[in-house]
Design a protein around this ligand. Structure first.
Ligand code: SAH
Length: 215
C-alpha cells in the first residue's frame, strides 16, 4: 500500500493518458475520475494496478470495468447535477461513485450481496450520501423499480436489447447498455428519448460479464 499522494499522481496520469487523450471531453466526467480513488475499489493485492488501462477482477467472478469504459458510458449519458440515475450491476461501486459525483441521486442494484455490501462500505467512507443500494435481480428492475429516472446504465451484458427499461426513463431520458453474449463481441447501445421517440445508436464494441436474469 502506498500513500494517497502516490495514488493521486497515478490517477491524474490515468485521466490524462487514458481518458482525456481519447475522446472524453465532458469536464464533469474528467473531474469525477480525477477525484474518485479507484484503488480503494479493487482488492488490496491489485491496488497498484488500479490505474492501468484494463478491467480487473473484484472476486465472485466479477470485474471492475476498464477506466475508459466507465468514462465513455458516463459521457454518452450526458448527465447533469439535476439528474437521477439507475445503475444495474453495482460491482465494485466505482462506476457508482463516478455517477454520484456528477448526479443528484444514484439508485444501484447488485445481485451479489457481498459485492453490494463492500461497495456500500467504501462509498460510506468516501462520504457519498446520494446513493441507494439494492440487492436484487436488476434485470427485473423495470417491473419492480417504481420510479422514473433520467438515465439508466447497465454494466453487465444483456443477451437481448432490454427495451423494457425504457419505461423507467423520464421524457428526455437516456440509457446505455452492452448487448450480446458473454465471451463474444458485444455492442454498447445508447437509447435517447427525444420528443416522444426513442433514438438508438451504437457506441462501440465491448466485453462485459453477463447480466444474469435469475431471482
Ligand atoms: N460497474 C461495475 C461493473 C461490475 S461487473 C464496476 O465497474 O465495478 C457487473 C456486475 O453486474 C457484477 O457485479 C454482477 O454481479 C452484476 N450483475 C449481473 N447480473 C445482474 C442482475 N441481474 N442484477 C444486478 N446485478 C447484476
Amino acid at each position: 500500500m502506498h500513500s494517497d499522494q502516490y495514488y493521486q499522481e497515478l490517477r491524474m496520469k490515468m485521466v490524462a493518458e487514458q481518458i482525456a487523450a481519447r475522446d472524453i471531453d465532458d469536464q464533469e466526467v474528467i473531474k469525477a475520475m480525477q477525484k474518485v480513488p479507484r484503488h480503494k475499489f479493487v482488492p488490496l493485492s491489485l491496488s497498484d494496478q488500479a490505474y492501468t488501462d484494463q478491467p480487473l477482477s473484484i472476486g465472485s467472478g466479477q470485474t471492475i470495468s476498464q477506466p475508459y469504459m466507465v468514462a465513455l458510458m458516463t459521457q454518452v449519458l450526458q448527465l447533469t447535477s439535476a439528474d437521477s440515475v439507475l445503475e444495474i450491476g453495482t460491482g465494485s461501486g466505482y462506476q457508482t461513485a463516478v455517477l454520484a459525483q456528477i448526479c443528484a441521486y444514484v439508485y444501484t442494484i447488485e445481485r451479489i450481496e457481498t459485492l453490494s455490501l463492500a461497495a456500500q462500505k467504501i462509498l460510506q467512507e468516501l462520504n457519498y450520501t446520494n446513493v441507494d443500494f439494492m440487492v436484487a435481480n436488476g434485470a427485473r428492475a423495470w417491473k419492480d423499480f417504481k420510479q422514473q429516472v433520467d438515465a439508466v446504465i447497465v454494466t453487465a451484458a444483456a443477451e437481448n436489447e432490454p427495451v423494457e427499461f425504457l419505461e423507467c426513463l423520464s421524457a428526455r431520458g437516456r440509457m446505455v447498455v452492452p448487448v450480446g453474449q458473454a465471451g463474444h463481441v458485444q455492442t454498447l447501445f445508447l437509447y435517447q428519448k427525444v420528443r416522444g421517440q426513442v433514438l438508438k445508436s451504437e457506441v462501440c464494441h465491448c466485453s462485459f460479464v453477463p447480466l444474469i436474469n435469475e431471482s
